[in-house]
Design a protein around this ligand. Sequence first.
Ligand SMILES: CC(C)(COP(=O)(O)OP(=O)(O)OC[C@H]1O[C@@H](n2cnc3c(N)ncnc32)[C@H](O)[C@@H]1OP(=O)(O)O)[C@@H](O)C(=O)NCCC(=O)NCCS
Length: 152
Amino acid sequence: MKAKAPKHSETIMTQIVFPNDTNPMGILQGGRLVHWLDTAAAICSQNHAEHICVTASIDSVKFKAPAKVGDIVTIKAKVTRAFTSSMEIFVQAWAKKVLTQKEYLINEAYFTFVAIDDNANPTQVPGLKPSTEKEKIEYQLAEERKLARLKV
Ligand SMILES: CC(C)(COP(=O)(O)OP(=O)(O)OC[C@H]1O[C@@H](n2cnc3c(N)ncnc32)[C@H](O)[C@@H]1OP(=O)(O)O)[C@@H](O)C(=O)NCCC(=O)NCCS
Protein backbone atom coordinates (compact mmCIF):
# COMPACT_ATOMS: atom_id res chain seq x y z
CA MET A 1 0.00 0.00 0.00
CA LYS A 2 1.39 3.38 -0.99
CA ALA A 3 1.90 5.91 1.83
CA LYS A 4 -0.30 8.99 1.59
CA ALA A 5 0.27 12.63 2.47
CA PRO A 6 -1.73 14.11 5.39
CA LYS A 7 -3.16 16.62 2.92
CA HIS A 8 -4.92 13.79 1.06
CA SER A 9 -7.41 13.22 3.88
CA GLU A 10 -7.38 16.57 5.67
CA THR A 11 -11.00 17.40 6.46
CA ILE A 12 -12.65 20.74 7.08
CA MET A 13 -16.19 20.72 8.45
CA THR A 14 -18.32 23.77 9.21
CA GLN A 15 -21.30 24.06 11.53
CA ILE A 16 -23.40 26.88 12.94
CA VAL A 17 -24.37 26.83 16.63
CA PHE A 18 -28.16 26.65 16.93
CA PRO A 19 -30.08 27.09 20.21
CA ASN A 20 -30.66 23.33 20.30
CA ASP A 21 -26.86 22.80 20.49
CA THR A 22 -26.44 24.86 23.64
CA ASN A 23 -26.85 24.81 27.41
CA PRO A 24 -29.13 27.32 29.23
CA MET A 25 -26.32 29.93 29.01
CA GLY A 26 -26.37 29.76 25.19
CA ILE A 27 -22.97 28.04 25.16
CA LEU A 28 -22.28 25.14 22.78
CA GLN A 29 -22.55 21.86 24.72
CA GLY A 30 -19.30 19.92 25.10
CA GLY A 31 -20.90 16.67 24.01
CA ARG A 32 -22.30 18.23 20.84
CA LEU A 33 -18.89 19.64 19.95
CA VAL A 34 -17.21 16.26 20.56
CA HIS A 35 -19.83 14.68 18.27
CA TRP A 36 -18.84 17.13 15.50
CA LEU A 37 -15.12 16.48 16.12
CA ASP A 38 -15.74 12.72 15.96
CA THR A 39 -17.60 13.11 12.65
CA ALA A 40 -14.77 15.15 11.09
CA ALA A 41 -12.17 12.66 12.36
CA ALA A 42 -14.22 9.73 11.00
CA ILE A 43 -14.38 11.32 7.53
CA CYS A 44 -10.64 12.03 7.67
CA SER A 45 -9.64 8.52 8.77
CA GLN A 46 -11.94 6.84 6.23
CA ASN A 47 -10.51 8.90 3.38
CA HIS A 48 -7.01 7.90 4.46
CA ALA A 49 -7.82 4.23 5.03
CA GLU A 50 -10.36 3.75 2.24
CA HIS A 51 -12.17 1.56 4.76
CA ILE A 52 -14.90 1.99 7.34
CA CYS A 53 -13.22 3.17 10.55
CA VAL A 54 -14.41 3.14 14.16
CA THR A 55 -13.45 5.39 17.07
CA ALA A 56 -11.09 3.49 19.40
CA SER A 57 -10.19 6.36 21.73
CA ILE A 58 -10.47 10.08 22.29
CA ASP A 59 -7.89 11.80 24.47
CA SER A 60 -6.38 15.14 25.44
CA VAL A 61 -9.71 16.85 24.75
CA LYS A 62 -9.21 20.52 25.63
CA PHE A 63 -12.12 22.93 25.79
CA LYS A 64 -10.19 26.18 25.46
CA ALA A 65 -12.98 28.72 24.94
CA PRO A 66 -16.79 28.67 24.59
CA ALA A 67 -18.74 29.03 21.36
CA LYS A 68 -22.15 30.72 21.50
CA VAL A 69 -25.45 30.65 19.60
CA GLY A 70 -24.95 31.96 16.06
CA ASP A 71 -21.20 31.35 15.98
CA ILE A 72 -19.76 29.55 12.97
CA VAL A 73 -17.64 26.58 14.05
CA THR A 74 -14.93 25.28 11.74
CA ILE A 75 -13.38 21.89 12.48
CA LYS A 76 -10.14 20.64 10.96
CA ALA A 77 -9.12 16.98 11.18
CA LYS A 78 -5.73 15.71 10.02
CA VAL A 79 -3.99 12.32 10.26
CA THR A 80 -0.78 12.66 12.28
CA ARG A 81 0.29 9.02 11.90
CA ALA A 82 -0.95 5.74 10.54
CA PHE A 83 0.18 2.59 12.36
CA THR A 84 -0.95 -0.92 11.35
CA SER A 85 -4.73 -0.71 11.48
CA SER A 86 -5.04 2.46 13.56
CA MET A 87 -4.58 6.14 12.79
CA GLU A 88 -4.14 9.09 15.10
CA ILE A 89 -6.16 12.13 14.04
CA PHE A 90 -5.54 15.60 15.44
CA VAL A 91 -8.69 17.70 15.50
CA GLN A 92 -8.99 21.43 16.12
CA ALA A 93 -12.08 23.64 16.23
CA TRP A 94 -12.45 27.40 15.90
CA ALA A 95 -15.49 29.61 16.54
CA LYS A 96 -16.15 32.74 14.50
CA LYS A 97 -18.37 35.67 15.46
CA VAL A 98 -20.45 36.53 12.39
CA LEU A 99 -20.60 40.30 13.03
CA THR A 100 -16.90 40.87 13.79
CA GLN A 101 -15.46 37.91 11.83
CA LYS A 102 -13.21 37.35 14.87
CA GLU A 103 -12.12 33.69 14.98
CA TYR A 104 -10.55 31.87 17.93
CA LEU A 105 -9.53 28.34 18.88
CA ILE A 106 -12.12 26.55 21.04
CA ASN A 107 -10.99 22.92 21.12
CA GLU A 108 -8.19 20.46 20.39
CA ALA A 109 -8.24 16.68 20.72
CA TYR A 110 -6.59 13.48 19.55
CA PHE A 111 -8.74 10.69 18.16
CA THR A 112 -7.66 7.14 17.33
CA PHE A 113 -9.61 5.41 14.60
CA VAL A 114 -9.24 1.76 13.57
CA ALA A 115 -10.00 0.57 10.04
CA ILE A 116 -12.18 -2.52 9.92
CA ASP A 117 -12.94 -5.10 7.26
CA ASP A 118 -16.29 -6.64 6.31
CA ASN A 119 -16.14 -8.86 9.41
CA ALA A 120 -15.42 -5.88 11.70
CA ASN A 121 -11.83 -7.04 12.25
CA PRO A 122 -8.99 -4.50 12.22
CA THR A 123 -7.39 -4.23 8.80
CA GLN A 124 -4.20 -2.63 7.50
CA VAL A 125 -4.14 1.02 6.47
CA PRO A 126 -1.72 2.86 4.16
CA GLY A 127 1.22 4.57 5.84
CA LEU A 128 1.46 8.33 6.26
CA LYS A 129 4.15 10.40 4.60
CA PRO A 130 4.62 13.67 6.48
CA SER A 131 6.26 16.50 4.54
CA THR A 132 6.20 19.75 6.53
CA GLU A 133 8.35 20.21 9.64
CA LYS A 134 5.21 20.33 11.81
CA GLU A 135 3.85 17.13 10.26
CA LYS A 136 7.18 15.37 10.87
CA ILE A 137 7.22 16.39 14.55
CA GLU A 138 3.60 15.30 15.05
CA TYR A 139 4.41 12.01 13.32
CA GLN A 140 7.28 11.31 15.74
CA LEU A 141 5.34 12.31 18.84
CA ALA A 142 2.37 10.15 17.78
CA GLU A 143 4.35 7.02 18.63
CA GLU A 144 4.85 8.19 22.24
CA ARG A 145 1.19 9.22 22.52
CA LYS A 146 0.10 5.78 21.24
CA LEU A 147 2.22 4.00 23.85
CA ALA A 148 0.89 6.27 26.61
CA ARG A 149 -2.76 5.79 25.68
CA LEU A 150 -2.46 2.01 25.43
CA LYS A 151 -0.81 1.91 28.87
CA VAL A 152 -3.82 3.54 30.60
C1 LIG B 1 -11.32 -0.59 18.11
C2 LIG B 1 -11.46 -2.09 17.87
C3 LIG B 1 -11.84 -2.33 16.39
C4 LIG B 1 -10.09 -2.72 18.13
O1 LIG B 1 -10.25 -4.07 17.94
P1 LIG B 1 -9.32 -5.17 18.70
O2 LIG B 1 -9.71 -6.52 18.25
O3 LIG B 1 -9.30 -4.84 20.15
O4 LIG B 1 -7.97 -4.84 18.01
P2 LIG B 1 -6.46 -5.03 18.40
O5 LIG B 1 -6.20 -5.23 19.86
O6 LIG B 1 -5.95 -6.07 17.46
O7 LIG B 1 -5.90 -3.60 17.99
C5 LIG B 1 -6.11 -3.10 16.69
C6 LIG B 1 -5.63 -1.68 16.67
O8 LIG B 1 -6.45 -0.89 17.48
C7 LIG B 1 -5.67 -0.15 18.39
N1 LIG B 1 -6.44 0.01 19.61
C8 LIG B 1 -7.17 -0.92 20.25
N2 LIG B 1 -7.75 -0.39 21.33
C9 LIG B 1 -7.38 0.91 21.38
C10 LIG B 1 -7.65 1.99 22.25
N3 LIG B 1 -8.44 1.85 23.32
N4 LIG B 1 -7.10 3.18 21.99
C11 LIG B 1 -6.32 3.36 20.91
N5 LIG B 1 -6.04 2.38 20.03
C12 LIG B 1 -6.55 1.17 20.27
C13 LIG B 1 -4.43 -1.01 18.61
O9 LIG B 1 -3.36 -0.24 19.09
C14 LIG B 1 -4.19 -1.54 17.23
O10 LIG B 1 -3.56 -0.55 16.45
P3 LIG B 1 -2.48 -0.96 15.29
O11 LIG B 1 -3.06 -2.10 14.49
O12 LIG B 1 -2.32 0.23 14.45
O13 LIG B 1 -1.23 -1.33 16.02
C15 LIG B 1 -12.52 -2.75 18.80
O14 LIG B 1 -12.08 -2.63 20.16
C16 LIG B 1 -13.89 -2.14 18.65
O15 LIG B 1 -14.63 -2.48 17.73
N6 LIG B 1 -14.24 -1.22 19.57
C17 LIG B 1 -15.53 -0.53 19.50
C18 LIG B 1 -15.49 0.62 18.50
C19 LIG B 1 -16.73 1.44 18.55
O16 LIG B 1 -17.83 0.93 18.73
N7 LIG B 1 -16.58 2.78 18.40
C20 LIG B 1 -17.68 3.71 18.49
C21 LIG B 1 -18.50 3.73 17.26
S1 LIG B 1 -17.58 4.17 15.82
